[in-house]
Design a protein around this ligand. Structure first.
Ligand SMILES: Nc1ncnc2c1ncn2[C@@H]1O[C@H](COP(=O)(O)OP(=O)(O)OP(=O)(O)O)[C@@H](O)[C@H]1O
Ligand SMILES: [Mg+2]
Length: 255
């Protein structure tokens, strides 16, 4: 099922930027993606121009009162169906962390909505491995790990891969997983070294496409626009076009 979690326990590595622009690229190709903002910070919602969402209209309402996911969707340009976050999400661990079966709630909701086949679902995770991120990983069949091209990021990949291995053993499913290097600076030797080291350590799962450090990518969310609307001729737009093509070729957004 084309249910994708964009996940990395390290903060500020490009998870939200990646989720936004992948969803935008899919929407522009007429693929009707559903983007779910699972981060209490609500950055994905903000980047998509959606502010100050009450809990009753955010993904929180699904966890709190079982509101069907279809009722929480709103359409944002360029044709992305977004389920936004709200501040209440920060209470989820305290409220439901001890509930039995809590980590499978979202999986159930997605199945009921019938999404994930021809309608790819992309979930933006927070950097915390709490109830929300676990829900995303339990529901996901694909995991995309954005990784900024710096030394500390590299150290975290092993931990993420191990966590995914554990989940695979527990659930009996196999993630289709990919690492994408973001904030790549072609002028810095370190960027290339990190990319090569990743390829050697994790053969077959590192995307060829790298997302370059780009002013347009940093600025576009401030204007509530995806990179294709904000700067269609930029390196950032080219990178995300290539990334969608590469991930699509391995079935990330189909089936
Ligand atoms: N390729 C890039 N070029 C320039 N700036 C970028 C790039 N990717 C991300 N940024 C900027 O870096 C910051 C962090 O990116 P982003 O919010 O996507 O990371 P994140 O992993 O979602 O962070 P968090 O862990 O807080 O959710 C943002 O200000 C974003 O605009
Ligand atoms: Mg984020």
């Amino acid at each position: 099922m084309s249910v994708v979690a964009v996940f990395n326990q390290k903060g500020g590595v490009g998870k939200t930027t990646t989720t936004f622009n992948l969803a935008a690229a899919l929407a522009r190709a007429g693929r009707k993606p559903v983007a779910i903002d699972l981060d209490p910070q609500g950055h994905l919602s903000l980047a998509m121009g959606v502010k100050s969402v009450p809990g009753s209209q955010s993904i929180f309402s699904y966890f709190e009162s079982g509101t069907p996911l279809e009722r929480l969707v709103r359409e944002v340009p360029p044709g992305i169906r977004l389920i936004p976050a709200s501040l209440d999400l920060s209470k989820i661990d305290a409220l439901y962390g001890a509930d039995q079966g809590i980590t499978r709630r979202l999986q159930g909701g997605l199945a009921e909505a019938g999404w994930g086949g021809a309608m790819p679902v992309i979930m933006d995770c927070s950097p915390m491995l709490g109830v929300l991120t676990l829900n995303a990983l339990m529901a996901a069949e694909r995991v995309l790990i954005p990784l900024s091209a710096d030394f500390l990021s590299l150290q975290g990949v092993h931990r993420i891969n191990t966590a995914l291995d554990v989940l695979e053993r527990k659930t009996g499913k196999q993630f289709l997983r990919r690492i994408v290097v973001s904030r790549y600076d072609a002028r810095r030797k370190l960027s290339f070294q990190i990319y090569r080291e990743l390829q050697e350590t994790y053969p077959g799962i590192v995307c060829e496409t790298r997302i370059h450090e780009s002013v347009a990518l940093a600025e576009s969310p401030m204007h509530g626009r995806d990179i294709f609307a904000f700067a269609p001729a930029s390196q950032g737009a080219t990178d995300f076009r290539l990334l969608v093509r590469e991930l699509d070729a391995v079935g990330f957004f189909t089936g």
